[in-house]
Design a protein around this ligand. Structure first.
Ligand code: FAD
Length: 326
């Protein structure tokens, strides 16, 4: 049995950011992840300058694929908008492994099943025990399931459904493109080029709206890859897409119960306009660590709800994506 100060379940951006901050403050931290890193994570891999700042990343020293865009092309019902903004792209396969390594934490490949609280400690599968536990296990997080689900049930209206594929490709267009509400999709599709010859393409939308329309994500996907062929962004690729689901931010009532904390997708923190989850996962991971170290309140009041820098645009997009949900 391994005893430590904090056990973190999940080594994605939320878990590794938390571990990084805890280690910097000298706490004995163990990260448990069911996957062996580097691991595949479905994600477009678009990150904001805020993520780089929160993680104090020196992008000149980042040893993997990293690209910066000075604009994004938004396509909305035949309208083309060029949005001047600075954004980055990374490959999650590389980025997550790099962040976890940088946290210099003890990492165990372990699929967490059972969490119990005995004698003031959290016991994980009777193998690991700590007075603090952090749930960073994404949508299927066992800490959420065991400790937080009852007080924070997930609203089905806030669930996303996605389908995507990342592949090696000699792209010609170095810009990021987003197609909103194409063919009636309650969401958007993307083309995100990556450094070192990779591209990520995908579609995502609100699951409940899609269901009510009687739609199927695979039908929208087929139409999207047809478009990528016609507009010349991607040609002659054999797609092997996969799907994943996560939650955008609702009213998160309880993010701490006794000495258990929850961060990132486990609690559903992605933005309500563009479903951006890396930034909120990193931010909440660092905040949870600080609350543990300094004993102050774990508070996510200042966590962004929108990705759009323009407040009004963010609100309009939110309304179109999730409607009036709480
Ligand atoms: C198709 C798609 C595209 C996306 N594009 C973007 C984007 O471009 N930009 C953006 O900001 N966000 C994007 N997101 C959202 C973003 O990927 C997530 O919000 C982000 O990964 C959340 O980080 P996390 O650390 O909370 O969880 P995760 O990254 O999901 O990490 C959770 C970890 O927990 C582990 N785990 C799960 N269960 C257990 C268990 N029982 N025991 C041990 N370990 C466990 C998993 O193996 C995983 O490594 C996208 C999501 C999808 C699906």
């Amino acid at each position: 049995m391994r005893k430590c100060d904090v056990v973190i379940v999940g080594g994605g951006p939320g878990g590794s950011a938390c571990a990084w901050e805890l280690k910097r403050q000298g706490l004995d931290t163990v990260v448990l992840d069911r996957a062996a890193f580097p691991r595949l994570k479905l994600c477009a891999g678009w990150v904001t300058p805020q993520v780089i700042e929160d993680l104090k990343l020196d992008i000149n020293k980042y040893p993997h694929s990293f690209m910066t865009f000075d604009r994004i092309h938004a396509h909305i019902k035949g309208l083309k908008l060029k949005l001047n903004t600075t954004q980055h792209s990374i490959r999650r396969y590389e980025f997550d492994n790099y962040l976890l390594g940088r946290s210099i934490s003890e990492v165990h490949q372990h699929h967490v099943k059972k969490i119990e609280r005995k004698d003031g400690c959290y016991w994980v599968d009777n193998k690991f025990c700590a007075p603090y536990i952090v749930g960073a296990g994404g949508t299927k997080c066992p800490v959420y399931r065991t400790i937080f689900r009852e007080s924070n049930p997930r609203a089905k209206e806030l669930q996303t459904v996605t389908f995507e594929y990342e592949f090696s490709y000699d792209w010609e267009d170095p810009d990021c493109h987003l197609w909103f509400f194409m063919n009636g999709l309650p969401g958007y599709s993307w083309y995100v080029p990556k450094a070192n010859g990779y591209v990520n393409v995908g579609i995502g939308g609100m699951a409940d709206k899609l269901k009510r329309k009687g739609g199927d994500i695979k039908t929208y996907w087929r139409k999207f890859i047809e478009l990528l062929g016609t507009n010349g962004k991607v040609r002659n690729v054999r797609y092997e897409p996969t799907g994943y689901s996560y939650y955008v931010r609702g009213n998160v009532d309880k993010i701490r119960v006794d000495n258990a904390f929850i961060v990132g997708d486990s609690i559903g923190l992605a933005t309500r306009d563009l479903c951006e989850g890396i930034g909120p996962a990193v931010h909440s991971g660092i905040e949870a660590a600080r609350a543990i170290v300094h004993g102050h309140t774990y508070d996510l009041q200042d966590l962004i709800r929108h990705s759009a820098e323009n407040r009004l645009l963010g609100k309009v997009m939110e309304r179109l994506m999730v409607g009036r949900q709480r």
